[in-house]
Design a protein. Structure first.
Length: 623
């Protein structure tokens, strides 16, 4: 296996801390200082008043990463390892954030929680998502159960879909053609195709967005073998969002989505039950409808986010299963601001979750919550709140957060010191309690306590640097041995994250991050102890952009299921290139990318295929 795992990723952090050009302040740099974040408080607050180091993926950054998936883009951020994003297109994804797993990450789409009650992790499957439908993404790491409830123990990923055009009618079409090849088979044949089309517009008080997308990938086998077969992946997306402004004080938004994908998979066929090429398949589809009325009044607003989701999944294999699930989510909350200093939110969150196994099972939760943000005139800020989780199976559990921060003005920027102590509650999901494999109806809920401390420095010259240390203690961690059970000992995960962003010279930006993650007792599979990302982006002119991205992933431990023993996987390094050119008054955009430029050979997951050097070519039309 190729071991070209150099120290460049570590050096990038050191480089990022030294000299940066004293350029004239432009609008982009001012925007960095005045950046607004939402997810950690649900209010539009300046970043300096936030008690968290929020990751914000802007519309511009998404446009500079076209041709990638949502999971690939998120995987470049600090504290995050999306395992499976470098493998065959249909590979299961492990969202490992701050040493946690999928069931400890909560995903929101346009403010509405999304998850699958029938799946083991009770999570949202990022394979459903088309990046071309996304406007922006905010990620808050650490416990956020006070505002978002069950499962928000290590992170909340808040995805905002594209907004309607201000024109009466506007259209967009995107197509990407790429290769899909391994390190050993560089044939450069077209085997990866993505298309999406949307129309949107605004007519007086009415606005709309409608879109369709499809993706197909062929050419890679899920299992790494001497004579691999092709495991195809296909996905279809349809979405509709309508909004009407009845008055200055009342607006109503509705949405409907239908997403489905099919992927060929490999498994453990009888009678040997060893991992091999098989003709297994996995099908999954979801339909979501929702409504969001909002009433605004002096200094406040009242809003309801309500949604119904229907999910159907089928695994065709020697261990096949069929799953049906549905959920009803209602989040009603009132936001009120006192004198531009006290920002309060009082809400009630209700969820009803149903899944069909050998028989239909369900549970519900009804959670009142209160959160307050205080922004002082002398630099001190405080985010504090509590939630009472009322679970139909596990009774009442109180969770809370205390998140102070202090700002020191430094010349043309600020230096922020922040800290946090928060608790989380994660109930066992329906699959763990009543599912087909290893179910245990006597499971106890998992409880987490997280403490954080760190700093952030930002100025108008385009420089930002932050660092944070965290320590999370898990009680009653749910593990799988011969079945699901609660761990007999507590687990403690700690680590630190460092991030920087610099405008080196005009139109040349540099960003880097480094993550250290350590489990004090025991082993966590596939989570690297060291991980680093670095990127250079350069705008040659208004219409021409290029970037170079680097990623280093340190050694990890994986399970060899043929011997049920742990195996250490070697570290690896990846370099990607991207280039875009706009034409015809920015109505036409051509872009190209090369991933894994040096064709690094490595295992992301033991026994599974990883992608070699691949090339994508894309075209976007905006009308």
């Amino acid at each position: 296996m190729n071991k070209r795992t150099n120290v460049f990723g570590m050096l990038c952090i050191g480089i990022s801390m030294v000299g940066f050009s004293q350029q004239e302040i432009d609008s982009t740099k001012v925007e960095q200082l005045d950046e607004v974040v939402v997810s950690d408080s649900r209010f539009n607050l300046k970043r300096e008043n936030s008690g968290k180091t929020v990751i914000k993926i802007s519309k511009k950054e998404i446009e500079n990463n076209q041709g990638r998936t949502v999971s690939e883009l998120i995987n470049s951020k600090s504290g995050i390892e999306v395992n499976g994003s470098r493998s065959a297109a249909g590979q299961n994804l492990g969202n490992f954030i701050r040493g946690g797993n999928n069931r400890q990450v909560l995903v929101l789409i346009d403010g509405v929680q999304v998850n699958d009650p029938s799946i083991v992790a009770n999570d949202f499957d990022f394979r459903f998502l088309d990046l071309n439908t996304v406007e922006s993404i905010e990620i808050i790491k650490g416990a956020a159960s006070t505002l978002y409830g069950n499962a928000a123990a290590t992170a909340v990923i808040n995805i905002t879909t594209k907004k309607a055009s201000k024109e009466t009618i506007s259209g967009s079409f995107l197509t990407v053609v790429g290769t899909n090849q391994t390190q050993d088979d560089l044939n450069y044949n077209g085997a990866n195709f993505t298309n999406s089309a949307s129309i949107s517009g605004s007519i007086n008080k009415f606005n709309y967005v409608a879109g369709f997308g499809n993706s197909f990938a062929d050419g890679l086998s899920a299992a790494k073998s001497d004579n691999p077969e092709k495991d195809a992946f296909s996905r279809y997306n349809m979405n509709l969002k309508l909004a009407y402004q009845f008055s200055d004080n009342f607006e109503l938004t509705t949405f409907a989505n239908h997403d489905k994908f099919k992927t060929d998979i490999d498994g453990f066929p009888a009678p040997n039950y060893t991992f091999a090429d098989t003709n297994d398949e996995y099908h999954s589809k979801q339909s979501r409808v929702g409504v969001s009325p909002k009433l605004s009044y002096n200094n406040g607003s009242f809003q309801i986010n309500a949604a119904y989701t229907k999910i159907d999944r089928e695994t065709i294999s020697d261990f096949g299963s069929t799953n049906e699930a549905e959920s009803y989510i209602v989040d009603a909350f009132n936001k009120y601001t006192f004198n531009n200093k006290f920002y309060t939110i009082l809400g009630l969150n209700y969820g009803d979750y149903n899944s069909l196994f050998t028989e239909e099972q369900n549970y519900s939760s009804t959670d009142p919550y209160l959160n307050m943000v205080y922004v002082s005139d002398y630099g001190f800020n405080l985010n504090i709140g509590g939630r009472l989780n009322n679970h139909s199976e596990y009774g009442s559990q109180f969770v809370y957060n205390l998140n102070p921060s202090y700002i020191l003005l430094v010349n043309d920027g600020y230096f922020k010191i922040l800290g946090s102590y928060a608790t989380s509650f994660i109930a066992p999901n329906l699959s763990q309690l009543f599912g087909y494999y290893g179910a245990n109806p006597d499971l106890e809920p998992e409880e987490n306590k997280t403490i954080e401390g760190g700093f952030e420095f930002t100025n108008k010259k385009g420089f930002r640097f932050s660092g944070i240390y965290y320590n999370r203690k898990e009680e009653n961690t749910i593990v799988y041995t011969t079945g699901y059970e609660n761990a007999t000992t507590d687990a403690t995960v700690h680590g630190f994250e460092v991030e920087t962003q610099i405008d080196l010279v005009k139109d040349l930006t540099f960003g880097a991050n480094y993550t250290f993650t350590e489990l004090k007792d025991g082993v966590r599979l596939r989570i690297p102890k060291h991980k680093a990302n670095a990127s250079f982006g350069y705008s040659f002119c208004e219409r021409t952009f290029a970037s170079l991205n680097y990623q280093f992933v340190g050694k990890r431990t994986d399970m060899d299921f043929s011997t049920f023993s742990n195996v250490d996987l070697d570290a690896f390094s990846l370099i990607d290139l991207y280039f875009s050119q706009k034409l015809l008054e920015n109505k036409v955009k051509l872009f190209a990318s090369i991933t894994n430029l040096f064709n690094e050979d490595y295992f992301e997951i033991l026994g599974y295929t990883t992608k070699g050097r691949n090339v994508n070519l894309g075209l976007q039309l905006t009308l």
